[in-house]
Design a binder for this molecule. Structure first.
Ligand SMILES: [Zn+2]
Length: 182
């Protein structure tokens, strides 16, 4: 369980060590603690699963934007996700679920390279589909505003699993329809 009072104290200590003080910083420790609470304190509702009447090859969601922080610098990362799965015997997930999964997963501040695998695993766990795949595009402020200072670069991490790998048209579809410049 997170200790929000301790987060507040840590921010106080950070400001003190950096000699940052004055009117602008009044109430900052509390605000920062509340910001982290808003970001980290999210729950994953139980999945709604239903059966379709007709066949469908692929269920895919595009252009879901969500935010996280990188674990190395604690700087914001803006993600764009396209995710899809192949239904097994007509079973499908509630439409918002794959997107809620990604919001919930980022609360552990994963590396972008781990995100596609974590998202696909959670969908497999909820639904047992015949295949999953996703592509994550990340705009990392730690690369854009500091370090290498590359303000337009982004990172792309695709993953195709099981049945999706055996269907080349699906991967083309998934990858081809995603990219949306940063
Ligand atoms: Zn970073």
């Amino acid at each position: 369980m997170q200790d929000w009072k301790l987060v507040e104290k840590a921010v106080e200590l950070l400001l003190e060590s950096l000699h940052l003080k004055g009117q602008g910083f009044e109430g900052t420790p509390g605000r920062v603690a509340r910001m982290w609470k808003e970001f980290l304190d999210i729950e994953l509702p139980n999945p709604t699963i239903c059966k379709t009447n007709e066949e469908v090859d692929l269920v895919m969601f595009r252009n879901h934007t969500f935010w996280s922080f990188c674990p190395h610098h604690l700087l914001p990362v803006k993600y764009n996700l396209t995710v899809g799965y192949i239904p097994n015997k007509g079973m499908v997930l509630g439409a918002s679920k794959p997107l809620r999964i990604s919001n919930w997963i980022t609360a552990s501040l994963p590396l972008q390279e781990d995100l596609p695998g974590m998202i696909c695993k959670e969908i497999e766990h909820s639904l047992n589909p015949a295949g999953t795949g996703c592509i994550v595009q990340g705009e990392h402020l730690c690369m854009r505003m500091r370090g290498v200072k590359s303000p337009c670069s982004d990172m792309i991490t695709p993953l195709l699993k099981e049945g999706m790998r055996k269907e080349p048209w699906m991967s083309l579809f998934l990858f081809g329809t995603n990219y949306k410049g940063g």
